[in-house]
Write a protein that binds this ligand. Structure first.
Ligand SMILES: C[S@@+](CC[C@H](N)C(=O)[O-])C[C@H]1O[C@@H](n2cnc3c(N)ncnc32)[C@H](O)[C@@H]1O
Length: 286
């Protein structure tokens, strides 16, 4: 896993620029996790399990918390919308015994990376495609028993179209589980709003989601607010990098500065501006 497909600017300037643009940001996070841990990781927040959790364990806790809403995925067809580098889709494949997993992401670089990681791991029954959550071209109607969406929907400007598409691709009786960062009904400065637009962060209120799920024909039967355990998950951050593979003191200092700034931002948002919810919904059989 040495080389990267797309060359990102790995300098301090590159890290600073990454914080200001969505495409670069996810690319940089993919590259950084590989540089720090020696392998690619999921790209979402950690959920507290124990104080000894590594970052990957915290992230896996969040994935499991979502997957536990699905009854049994054995031999089922699963779609992950907004799959990033595909590591979470691969986790679903190897831990829940589905028949097939499809990972889909807007960013073709992520799909290329996911294909490469799956090939390196020798995985079959998994495929990836580039498509838009709001217009899932290439995904047939009623093709999936389960649709998973983790920490991606807050980027989509058109959430009703996304939910209509989820309803279209689910089989009747199929289940949709979404973990998303939501907006609390608080006011915030126009400077923060400008920065959010730059990062393609289109947070929604929980009530807007509840209405839009119903309009799309998806019946919510469970909802969990995981803001506190996610905030707690960030507390073990000091131990995340103990066994890191970063070469050079200057490089390490730059990366730690970047990581601290990201963690500060996420914790600030989760305390003051946002909450983190899991929604679980079914497409009724009629
Ligand atoms: C924070 S990452 C989460 C990746 C993965 N779900 C995980 O949990 O590891 C968010 C992902 O959403 C993707 N994304 C953003 N807008 C999208 C859209 N309109 N359609 C599909 N994917 C999108 C981004 O490219 C990025 O890979």
């Amino acid at each position: 896993m040495g080389e990267t497909l797309v060359q990102t600017d790995r300098s301090l300037i590159g890290l600073l620029r990454a914080a200001l643009s969505l495409g670069d940001y996810h690319q940089i996070m993919n590259d950084l996790y590989e540089e720090i841990f020696g392998e690619h990781q999921m790209v979402h927040f950690p959920l507290y399990g124990s104080s000894a959790d590594t970052l990957l364990e915290g992230q896996t806790n969040l994935t499991d918390a979502c997957l536990d809403f699905f009854p049994d995925l054995t031999d089922k067809r699963v779609l992950e919308v907004g799959c990033g580098n595909g590591v979470q889709s691969m986790y679903v494949l190897t831990n829940r015994g589905p028949g097939h997993v499809t990972g889909m992401d807007l960013n073709p670089n992520n799909i290329e990376l996911a294909d490469r990681i799956a090939a390196t791991k020798g995985l079959s029954n998994i495929s990836f495609l580039a498509s838009d959550a709001q217009d899932m071209q290439g995904i047939p109607d009623a093709a999936f028993d389960a649709v998973l969406n983790v920490e991606s929907a807050f980027h989509y400007p058109d959430k009703p179209s996304f939910l209509n598409e989820v309803n279209r691709v689910l089989k009747p009786g199929g289940r949709f589980v979404m973990a998303d960062i939501l907006m609390k009904p608080n006011r915030r400065s126009s400077l923060l709003r400008m920065w959010e637009r730059r990062l393609s962060q289109n947070y929604w209120f929980a009530d807007s989601y509840r209405t839009a799920f119903a309009r799309a024909g998806l019946r919510i039967d469970a909802e969990r607010d995981i803001t506190d355990p996610v905030l707690q998950g960030f507390r073990s951050r000091a131990s995340w990098f103990q066994n890191h593979k970063i070469r050079g003191r200057v490089r390490r200092a730059h990366i730690m500065l970047f990581v601290r700034a990201q963690v500060f931002r996420h914790v600030y948002y989760l305390r003051r501006i946002c909450s983190y919810h899991i929604f679980s919904a079914v497409k009724p059989k009629k």
